[in-house]
Design a protein around this ligand. Structure first.
Ligand code: ATP
Ligand code: MG
Length: 376
């Protein structure tokens, strides 16, 4: 049986763990005409959840679902090309129809057709450069979507990317079309919190308060442990509850890391997974990534490295400036403050906002465990 712990793509509801409440909330929003912004720490499971949502909307609600990841785009015209290509591909599954529609609606942008060697889908390249072309071609696409009379869900993943385009008008254009389309709901997703919040929470920006916001957290301990147990059982393997407990503690239940450790454990030939197997896998993973981790000592200044390591050892830190912390790790408070700022800005350390203030931990869990292991 194939390894059920996927670490890349969504493979359907059977190997997808929990997210029952989150899915219900997203379905409820989409079917009640509300668009949403979904954000979380990296690798928490946004993309997986979006596919799970669209799978549900397609099969249970007869939606036409469109998904695009815009991480590779660098400008409004890149965005528009990708948006149009994806929409057209989803709207017209019959390829001869695609050619006809594109020539009719986008003929003046000199479309060039090719085939994506990976997916087999047609790629349409359009010469869209001026602001006017961008506006008109997007308007034409939204018109095609509206005219289809189908319920449509569009998810744009890594949406914060538009904040890096120079002088983007994509957000203003989307706002305009979204508020006039009856059948289209959208979901915007990403992980770079400050960029996303700038787009949605700044009163001067077009998308200010346009959509509902939702943060994705860890899957609950109980749900994950039932899932892990069931997946091993499905492959006629067994795993002790205690080992599952140790996995979830080690990975802080962070989705990607949990999937990764379970994937590795599952691929061992043993029928019964013991604590010693987990230890072995943990060591292997950290060893494999060691070269990568060692390079941080060259990239960071000695103080930054010291603060990073101290946070890893403490696991999570409320105040890097507290007397206790600075004394234990022999840091001057001004250095600690500067280093922390750098580490947060470069996403080596994650700052979680809590009611009492902030909590800091090393963002990459494997790096955290590796640093912790070098404490002595
Ligand atoms: N509920 C789930 N059950 C099982 N596997 C999941 C679940 N959610 C996500 N995954 C898997 O975990 C990995 C990380 O999830 P995903 O890529 O969705 O995270 P992300 O938040 O989109 O990350 P990034 O911020 O890097 O884009 C993926 O391989 C995905 O298939
Ligand atoms: Mg993602």
């Amino acid at each position: 049986m194939e390894n059920p712990f996927h670490i890349q793509y969504y493979q359907g509801p059977e190997t997808f763990c929990d997210r029952v409440d989150e899915l219900a909330r997203l379905v409820e929003a989409a079917t009640n005409q509300r668009s949403i912004m979904l954000h979380s720490m990296r690798r928490m499971g946004k993309t997986g959840l979006i596919h799970h949502l669209q799978h549900t909307l397609t099969h249970k609600q007869k939606y036409l679902c469109i998904y695009l990841d815009i991480l590779d785009t660098a400008s409004d015209s890149d965005f528009v090309s990708q948006f149009i290509t994806t929409c057209i591909n989803q709207l017209y599954t019959d390829q001869s129809n695609i050619l006809k529609k594109v020539t009719t609606f986008f003929g003046k942008y000199r479309p060039k057709f090719s085939i994506d060697t990976l997916t087999g889908n047609p790629i349409i390249e359009l010469e869209i450069t001026t602001q006017k072309d961008i506006d008109l071609s997007l308007a034409a696409t939204f018109k095609l979507l509206n005219d289809s009379k189908r319920k449509i869900h569009i998810a744009i993943d890594e949406f914060q990317q538009i904040g890096t385009y120079s002088e983007t008008r994509i957000d203003a254009t989307i706002r305009k079309h979204l508020s006039t389309s009856k059948n289209i709901r959208m979901l915007f997703s990403g992980s770079q919190r400050h960029l996303l919040l700038q787009l949605f929470n700044d009163p001067k920006k077009p998308m200010y308060r346009l959509v509902e916001q939702m943060e994705l957290y860890e899957i609950s301990y109980d749900a994950y442990s039932v899932f892990i147990q069931a997946m091993f059982k499905r492959g006629r393997k067994s795993i002790d509850e205690r080992v599952i407990h140790l996995i979830l503690k080690w990975t802080r239940s962070h989705t990607f890391y949990t999937q990764y450790v379970c994937n590795r454990l599952y691929s061992l030939s043993n029928k019964k997974i013991e604590e010693s197997d987990l230890l072995l896998i943990q060591q292997r993973i950290l060893k494999e990534m060691e070269m990568n981790f060692l390079s941080y000592r060259n990239i960071l200044s000695p103080n930054q490295y010291k603060v990073l390591k101290a946070i890893a050892i403490e696991s999570s830190v409320q105040s890097v400036l507290s007397k206790e912390f600075t004394t234990t790790y022999n840091l001057a408070s001004s250095t600690a403050r500067q280093s922390l700022k750098y580490l947060v800005d470069t996403e080596l350390v994650y700052e979680r906002l809590t009611e009492e203030g902030s909590e800091y931990f090393v963002y990459d869990l494997f790096l955290a465990r590796w640093l912790e292991g070098r404490a002595s």
